[in-house]
Design a protein around this ligand. Structure first.
Ligand SMILES: *[C@@H]1O[C@H](CO)[C@@H](O)[C@H](O)[C@H]1NC(C)=O
Ligand SMILES: *[C@@H]1O[C@H](CO)[C@@H](O)[C@H](O)[C@H]1NC(C)=O
Length: 290
């Protein structure tokens, strides 16, 4: 084109036409590039969307775990032995063998006379749980003034022979796309205060949660670490723990595919306490987070 316009340099029309033609071609090639680029972008976008959809379809589903009431009930956390009042002023009075002499266990079945009315506990309840609220007040170990005379005057506490905890977990499958199978499940309870020891560990049986259903799992942790509880929470009626649930979680996104993920969930704050404390300290279910 340039060649041609040079040859007809006096012809302004040609010259202009040639110039105009040159611009047009330039414009066309720009448009083509834009078109290709757009086509490429659309293709990439389509591929990205397809990839996202495939990923969503094949995504492994997660189970939602929580601790029922955020509370783990204990049969006993320590033992209490009651002895008759020997410091009542009458040293010569023979020690009478009575019901009060028998060792009493600091259990939910026998909360004893040392418990204050529930309303008093409620008033003391604070979100940040102090482990010693509910423990025996020291000054009352030798008997508190104005209390019933028949109740034992002196109480000694000691480590529990065994501590059994009732663990109730709730597993939910809100997704509704596939059933979820959990196996190799361990539940560990850790103290949330120094020295952050292991309170106990148990294994749960495999379970399956069908789509959009909820199941409740309950198991006893029979051999909780009574020594640790005694060393760190003597006389306490409750304390806080972190519950760690490890499980291998399998979902079935398509008929023949299955996805297994090793998960570790943390549930807190969870209260471990004597059974009758549950009425007072139960919270909403405490969710466990991966
Ligand atoms: C639990 O699942 C594991 C792994 O899938 C399997 O090896 C084991 O036999 C199952 N146990 C029970 C009691 O079903
Ligand atoms: C649970 O999983 C955590 C994190 O992966 C790990 O540190 C811990 O040792 C596991 N506990 C058990 C009992 O397998």
């Amino acid at each position: 084109m340039i060649h041609m316009s040079e040859g007809a340099s006096t012809n302004r029309f040609f010259h202009f036409a040639a110039k105009g033609d040159d611009d047009g071609e330039h414009y066309t090639s720009c448009l083509a590039i834009v078109r290709y680029a757009m086509a490429a972008a659309v293709t990439l976008l389509a591929i990205a969307v397809i990839a996202l959809v495939i990923h969503a379809v094949l995504r492994s589903e997660d189970v939602r775990l929580s601790v029922n009431n955020g509370f783990i009930g204990a049969d006993n956390l320590w033992e209490r032995t009651a002895v008759p009042n020997v410091g009542s002023g009458n040293e010569n009075q023979p020690i009478s063998i009575s019901k009060a002499v028998e060792p009493a266990i600091g259990s939910s079945a026998d909360p004893g006379d040392d418990l204050e009315p529930a309303s008093a506990w409620q008033a003391e309840h604070e979100p940040t749980i102090s482990p010693y609220i509910g423990g025996l007040p020291k000054e009352c170990l030798l008997g508190c003034p104005g209390e019933d005379h028949h109740r034992p005057a002196q109480v000694t506490l000691k480590k529990a022979k065994a501590t059994s905890l009732r663990v109730i977990l709730i597993a939910k499958n809100p997704g509704g796309r596939t059933r979820i199978v959990c196996d190799h499940i361990t539940v560990s309870l850790f103290d949330v205060q120094a020295p952050y020891g292991l309170i106990g560990r148990l294994e749960l049986d495999n379970f399956t949660v069908q789509p959009q259903t909820t199941i409740t799992l309950q198991k006893r942790l029979k051999d909780a670490n009574a020594g640790y509880i005694w060393d760190n929470y003597p006389g306490a009626y409750r304390f806080s723990v972190m519950v760690q649930v490890n499980a291998s979680v399998t979902s079935f996104p398509l008929k023949k595919t299955q996805r297994t993920v090793l998960q570790s969930y943390k549930c807190q704050p969870v209260t471990v306490g004597l059974m009758d404390e549950e009425l007072i300290y139960a919270t909403d279910q405490v969710d466990c987070r991966p």
